[in-house]
Design a protein around this ligand. Sequence first.
Ligand SMILES: Nc1nc2c(ncn2[C@@H]2O[C@H](COP(=O)(O)OP(=O)(O)OP(=O)(O)O)[C@@H](O)[C@H]2O)c(=O)[nH]1
Ligand SMILES: [Mg+2]
Length: 166
Amino acid sequence: MRKIVLMGRSGAGKTTLTQALKGERIIYQKTQYINFQGALIDTPGEYAETKRLGYALALYAYEADVVGLLCSATEPFSLFPPNVTCMVNREVVGIVTKTDDPNGNPSRAANWLKLAGCKKIFFVSSYSGDGVAEILQYLKEPGDVLPWEKKIKQNTTKTHKITKVF
Ligand SMILES: Nc1nc2c(ncn2[C@@H]2O[C@H](COP(=O)(O)OP(=O)(O)OP(=O)(O)O)[C@@H](O)[C@H]2O)c(=O)[nH]1
Ligand SMILES: [Mg+2]
């Protein structure tokens, strides 16, 4: 899998998305530090919210193949300045989270991410799983086998373990 670093304000849903991408149970865990988990790099929202720490995020982009800028459908304003994607020489994609929230506005969040310079935008709900497969597909490299691509043997009652992709 290509490595992705997730950035966005506190509460944007970065950690929850990492759990959904890994097929783990969703549990709330405040991110306290930059967290490397295989092909996923989770960052604390405070880095995106604080100018000086924001520079650190730009440096962490070099640890990844793709930068994911997260904006939840419920955010009241965007943290990302226009064309901020030019700060890094990595592919930058936008990820609109919490698309399941009835009070959210996913298209508004997507417009903010486009203004920030993201050409490709994913719409996800880590709660329902909508859009999670599209991100996995996007990060897939030749030779990677996604959980639903694994052939399951016929005529057997054994439970098959899902192969972890990260
Ligand atoms: N409705 C809804 N809520 C979500 C979704 N994803 C995350 N949340 C909730 O949003 C809150 C914040 O989620 P986190 O994943 O911890 O946010 P974060 O961006 O990692 O926050 P920091 O670690 O503080 O930077 C939690 O209460 C999650 O349960 C989603 O897809 N839908
Ligand atoms: Mg977190």
